[in-house]
Design a protein around this ligand. Structure first.
Ligand code: GDP
Length: 318
């Protein structure tokens, strides 16, 4: 992905100097480590992550036995590859958790603009292709446009959207578009909407419920409490923290705040097609100790994939 292309170039350069070498001296290793360190920092990888990464790589380079099959440069690349896989995955590469009794509930959380609504469509579409019957739920009632936006996304993906209807106070439902009315409030109560969506899914046999929650511009305690209330009401199998890979150095702090706020179960990296400083996103799994489950590389419905730490490490080093 382009978000890592400059990091890829820099790392490739760092290894190039090793190509011609026979056995590596400590000086060779240290100068390579310095270049790796600079490449990671320039890509916006968080300092503590860079520190532990480089010290890990250095230690392993120094203690590596001379191998018959790999030359020294290849050995260093292989170690960097292992360690990148480790920070990207914390040793975990797991699939989505499913409920024993459907519906499986997936809640999305993250800053406004991170790509939650877009992701709801992609995830829904992907699940539908796999034979599931997903339902999208508009529990972002903060932004007037958010419900409409999710409906557009649902339409494009061919997936029904469960949403409150402004100004209506009964709890009737219109069957065709699965729009359900929230009782009592013009703008609806997101917790009630989320709760009702589960009832609706059970009745109509939707086996996956994807809940879009309100984004916020910064970390906002009130909205975090709202997200917690939604979580507690629906007890999701997955709470996915959606993060824009372009967010830069704020990524770590934001991820930590959401981790404390809602104790998410997994991460989704978005906008990996963006410009070349996506390194901050590489820190997120490491600092929160939560796995990255998916990544997203564009605005289209299918610009989306299951995240595998080892494959991503391989691509970064390609
Ligand atoms: P939300 O506020 O978190 O719901 O974010 P949205 O889903 O509305 O996304 C914000 C903007 O980012 C929209 O213009 C999306 O089309 C765009 N977007 C979302 N994911 C990606 C991605 O992976 N790559 C690119 N280039 N744009 C994306």
């Amino acid at each position: 992905p382009t978000a890592f292309s400059s990091l890829t170039d820099r790392l490739t350069n760092a290894f190039k100097h090793l190509r011609s070498k026979g056995k590596l001296s400590e000086t060779d290793i240290d100068s390579t480590i310095r270049e790796i360190r600079r490449a990671l920092l320039d890509a916006d990888v968080a300092l503590p992550v860079v520190r532990s990464f480089t010290s890990q790589v250095r230690e392993r380079c120094l203690s590596t036995e001379v191998s018959d099959s790999l030359n020294p440069a290849q050995q260093v690349v292989s170690i960097v590859n292992d360690e990148l896989t480790a920070i990207l995955g914390q040793g975990v590469d797991r699939p989505l958790n499913f409920a024993k009794n459907p519906p499986t509930v997936i809640m999305l959380a993250g800053l406004q603009g991170a790509g939650k609504t877009t992701l709801a469509g992609k995830l829904g579409y992907w699940l539908k292709q796999a034979g599931h019957t997903p339902l999208l739920v508009a529990a972002d009632l903060q932004r007037p446009n958010a419900v409409t936006q999710l409906k557009v996304v649902g339409e494009r993906a061919g997936i029904p959207v469960f949403a409150p209807q402004a100004g209506v106070t009964s709890s009737d439902e219109t069957a065709e578009d699965a729009t359900v009315v929230t009782p009592g409030a013009t703008h609806g109560d997101p917790v009630a909407v989320a709760r009702q969506s589960l009832e609706f899914a059970r009745q109509k046999l939707y086996d996956m419920v994807i809940i879009d929650t309100a984004g916020r511009l910064g970390v906002d305690e009130e909205l975090m409490a709202q997200a917690r209330d939604i979580r507690d009401a629906v007890q999701p199998q997955e709470i996915l923290f959606v993060i824009d890979a372009m967010i830069g150095q704020d990524a770590v702090q934001t991820a930590q705040a959401f981790n404390q706020g809602v104790n998410f179960t997994g991460v989704v990296l978005t906008k990996l097609d963006g410009d070349a400083r996506g390194g901050a996103a590489l820190s997120v799994a490491s600092v929160t100790n939560k796995p990255i489950l998916f990544d997203s590389t564009g605005e289209g419905l299918t610009d989306f994939e299951v995240f595998h730490p080892d494959r991503m490490a391989g691509r970064i080093l390609d």
